[in-house]
Write a protein that binds this ligand. Structure first.
Ligand code: HEC
Length: 124
């Protein structure tokens, strides 16, 4: 399963290298644009199932609240919590857990990266 992540990580590393300082948050080691990610989380209606800090919506507990993700060792049961795995989960949860109730929602690579930057940002 890691073989599928490697090209993505390399591509992201290249993108980040070119755009350093241009909307990324290199200071905390995260790639992507957290504010853009916050908007993408709202646009993709993740809030229908998850409560998310900074994204308004109804009280819901279909999936867990996506708070304090930066503090978690694992996500979705047993997936080591890092940015690449979070991006992969957001884009294609069934590739990690075929039985998960979370649907693949057609999130682009860039949107998923930006979402992960928002969810993993340390300052809350
Ligand atoms: C139809 C409901 C539904 C929608 C919509 C949904 N999710 Fe989920 N999500 C779930 C469920 C259920 C789980 C728990 C899955 C598991 O642990 O196997 C989950 C798990 C997660 C996790 C792991 C959470 C943890 O505490 O380990 C993340 C991160 C996540 N979802 C992000 C998103 C994002 C980002 C979106 C929008 C693109 C989204 N979800 C849309 C239902 C949903």
């Amino acid at each position: 399963m890691n073989a599928r992540i490697v090209p993505v990580v390399l591509a992201l590393a290249l993108l980040a290298g070119c755009g350093k300082g241009a909307g990324g948050s290199a200071a905390n080691g995260l790639q992507g644009n957290p504010e853009r990610g916050r908007a993408a989380l709202a646009q993709h209606a993740c809030r229908a199932c998850h409560m998310i800090p900074g994204v308004s919506g109804p009280e819901t507990y279909v999936g867990r609240p996506l708070a304090d993700l930066a503090e978690r060792r694992f996500i979705a049961g047993g997936l080591p919590n890092n940015q690449a795995n979070l991006v992969r989960w957001i884009r294609d949860p069934q590739s990690i857990d075929p039985n998960t109730a979370m649907p693949a929602m057609g999130v682009s690579e860039r949107d998923a990266l930006d979402m992960s930057a928002w969810l993993l940002r340390p300052e809350k």
